[in-house]
Design a protein around this ligand. Structure first.
Ligand code: ADP
Ligand code: MG
Length: 739
């Protein structure tokens, strides 16, 4: 009997028409931020003195006092109610994926037997979510029974449906971070402090350095009927089986093609929602793989950009359903097809508008540029293993090291000009590098810097951390990830490098002051050059402009002392290296206890993901694939029997040869699948007995995950020989080409 479900969902998917999206009557610039309690709204809804204090809190991190919080809450509630809001929630980013929230209504007893709407500063500032079900790696049991969420006033509250959403950090009562936002804010503070001090060598006016993030979100869209007919997509976010489509991405026609109509409608709808929520979305386009797309906003301050990405991912999921799609954020939903990443474009800039990773015009500006480039590389070099750990996950592991994504070794591509610049600073005589010219003051002998921005177009697609003119692009981040993880590691690593840099520069200034006495030379700049030359040599192993996929690079990287580990649970160990703990503790980003607890969560999450995949694969093998293959085998057997009844023996044997071969192949493949599924179950039983989360994750990685491929191999072969009409799961061609 034909598989009705598959044919039904395929037929329905084909018939779907684009949903009509009516854009707001105003221009995007008018409805941008409509649902956000941003500065304009604060100005309108808060008394002037409260507004001023809020701006001070946001810009300078001053403490928010209780009376101000009450006044802010009152203004917020008024605005919210005017927009039909009845509930509020503290929104936070637990160590599991995504975001969490618990909605409460504004309704309170009025003490006279009736009800009133109330929202106080206390409710705005702090809340106790029922935290027992969020993973904390034992922090809460070790320290305190519960955690609480606390308002992050630097990320504005916003409205979703009937709810006022308040971005918060989630911490235990003893102050340990149970989320991504708390350590991110601490890392951003550390890099701000360290970078501001270094900026003072060049410009004493700088008051603050901001970390910028512009993410590029890649994703797949799949028709929701087809999605529902694939238990593997539904439960694990990726296909655990499925033979290559006869056509996939080899024509490159999707990348250059027009955006399909149904998708276009989805994107338009999504962008309207995003803009209303203050997410400055700017570009949309098709990606390399069929049904793969990308959306990117204009970069923002990192904490806000992270919140906006988390928000966007959840809005995407909702809007997609309205259009009959499901969004796949998994890094590798389809084998043999490009995976999805989330390039993190990152830079530092000052409060007076200077992009520290962009070249300038004067010698001082270019020395500052060189300083921030070199110290970024120092941070990335020293902590390359940790940076890899920060982007690693059970799902992103499928993407890294495969031939279309960043390799599983962190290195940095600088491009020809920047490489030449660093080589020049390293090799030229210090005296010739910085010379004095009566009229213009200091001159720096470095070639052609102003052209850098324009000329750095020779991009290296295989580099996990590439310089792209005025920023670095951390490309190894996964599509599903919370960018905060990468941003905590990167900003901390650079903060540490800058602190260390300043220490060494300061130590050398007196010496240069002595030797340069009586000249016009600035001893500070000479000390900077001196340290930079040393650092350019030290961090050279991280610089790599070649092909990151090649085997030669793997060998070469190992020789250079870069981290080449590929096992996900072992890569997580980098968080507990002496250097990592030292870095995080000295900057006040995370304590050893927090790091240990968080790693427990990482290992446990890894194990659970593989465990679920193993179960789904086992179930699908036993109750979808084997029964269907066996049933087809039965059809063939009946055919063979009848042929034998009709034709003389010799003739029948000849005519039955093909079917007999297939019957045998099915028998062998189903038997193999069955045996391997049994083996998988026993391996799981063994691994599940391991108490230690670290060891258990390693067992899942080493003994269980590798069996997926061997089982899948057999299933994909069966897909090729079993009658298409019987096959139960929507095929790759259907998932990838129907839209
Ligand atoms: P691509 O060519 O890689 O697609 P885009 O120009 O589309 O690059 O930019 C990708 C992202 O990088 C955008 O979010 C953009 O705003 C951001 N971006 C641009 N300049 C910077 C910068 N100096 N620092 C951080 N992000 C930046
Ligand atoms: Mg890019």
């Amino acid at each position: 009997m034909a598989n009705e479900l598959r044919f039904q969902v395929v037929g329905e998917a084909f018939k779907k028409k684009p949903v009509t999206v009516t854009a707001p009557s105003e221009k995007p610039s008018v409805y941008f931020g409509k649902k956000v309690f941003n500065r304009q709204k604060m100005y309108k809804y808060l008394p002037k003195s409260v507004y001023d204090q809020m701006i001070d809190v946001i810009e300078n991190g001053t403490r928010l006092d209780r009376t101000v919080a009450d006044a802010v809450a009152a203004g917020m509630m008024q605005w919210a109610q005017e927009n039909g809001v009845t509930h509020y929630t503290h929104w936070f980013q637990p160590l599991t994926e995504g975001t969490a929230e618990k909605h409460d209504s504004f309704i309170e007893h009025d003490g006279k037997g009736g009800m009133i709407e109330e929202f106080s500063g206390k409710l705005l500032v702090q809340q106790e979510p029922d935290a027992s079900s969020f993973p904390s790696g034992g922090i809460r049991s070790t320290f305190e029974a519960r955690g609480y969420s606390a308002w992050d006033p630097t990320s504005p509250v916003f409205i979703m449906d009937d709810t006022l959403i308040i971005p918060t950090v989630f911490i235990s009562y003893s102050g340990e971070a149970l989320d991504y936002k708390a350590p991110l804010l601490r890392a951003l503070k550390a890099v701000n402090t360290a970078a501001t001090e270094v900026c003072h060598y060049f410009d004493p006016e700088v008051r603050k350095v901001v970390s910028n993030l512009g993410w590029e979100q890649e994703y797949f869209l799949v028709d929701e009927g087809l999605y529902a007919a694939r238990p593997d997509l539904l439960l694990t976010g990726r296909t655990l089986m499925g033979h290559d489509s006869a056509k996939n991405q080899q024509m490159d026609d999707h990348y250059f093609g027009a955006i399909p109509e149904r998708v276009q409608a989805f994107m338009k709808d999504l962008e309207i929602h995003a803009l209303e929520l203050g997410i400055p979305v700017k570009t949309r386009h098709n990606e390399v793989a069929p049904n793969q797309f990308e959306l990117a906003p204009i970069f923002e301050e990192t904490n806000l950009a992270v919140d906006h990405n988390m928000l966007l991912m959840s809005v995407m999921k909702k809007v997609a359903r309205k259009h009959g799609f499901r969004v796949l954020l998994h890094e590798k939903p389809f084998a043999g097809i490009n995976g999805s990443g989330k390039h993190n474009n990152w830079s530092l800039s000052t409060d007076n508008g200077i992009l520290l990773h962009a070249p300038g015009k004067t010698p001082e500006q270019n020395l500052r540029f060189a300083t921030f480039i070199v110290e970024t590389l120092m941070g990335v070099y020293r902590h390359n293993g940790l940076l890899k750990a920060s982007i690693m996950s059970a799902t992103n592991a499928h993407r890294l090291g495969a031939n279309e994504a960043p390799p599983a070794i962190i290195s940095s591509f600088l491009g020809k000009q920047l490489s030449e610049l660093l080589d020049h600073i390293e090799k030229a005589d210090r005296e010739n590098l910085l010379t004095m010219d009566g009229k213009q003051g200091m001159k720096m002998d470095i070639p052609e810097i102003p052209e850098l921005l324009i000329d750095n177009t020779d991009r290296n697609r295989t580099s996990p951390f590439a310089f792209t003119g005025n920023r670095f692009e951390f490309r190894a981040v996964g599509s599903e990830a919370n960018c905060a993880s990468a941003m905590i590691a990167l900003n901390s690593a650079v903060a540490e490098a800058l602190v260390d840099f300043k220490k060494r520069v300061d130590a050398r200034i007196p010496q240069f002051a002595k030797t340069l006495q009586g000249t016009e030379h600035n001893p500070v700049f000479h000390a900077i050059i001196d340290v930079l030359r040393e650092d350019i040599k030290t961090c050279k192993p991280i610089r790599f402009d070649g092909n990151g996929y090649s085997d030669e690079w793997k060998a070469e990287a190992a020789k250079r002392g870069l981290d080449t580990e590929t096992s996900c649970p072992k890569i997580f160990e980098r968080y507990l290296d002496k250097e990592s703990i030292q870095m995080f503790e000295s900057l006040g980003v995370m304590t050893q206890k927090e790091l240990e607890a968080r790693n427990e969560v990482k290992w446990e999450t890894y194990t659970k993901k593989i465990q679920i995949e193993a179960r789904v694969l086992g179930d699908l093998s036993m109750n979808h694939i084997i029964p269907v293959a066996t049933s087809y085998q039965g059809q063939l057997l009946r055919n063979v029997e009848r042929m034998s009844a009709v034709f003389p023996a010799e003739k029948a044997q000849e005519l039955n040869a093909r079917n007999l071969k297939i019957i045998e192949e099915i028998a062998q493949r189903t038997a193999t699948i069955e045996a391997q599924v049994e083996e998988l179950v026993s391996a799981r039983k063994v691994a599940n007995k391991i108490e230690d989360e670290h060891e258990k994750a390693i067992a899942y990685h080493d003994t269980i995950a590798p069996m997926f491929d061997t089982i899948r191999y057999q299933i994909d072969k069966l897909e090729l020989i079993v009658d298409d009409a019987l096959w139960p799961l929507p095929k790759y061609r259907e998932l990838l080409f129907i839209r």
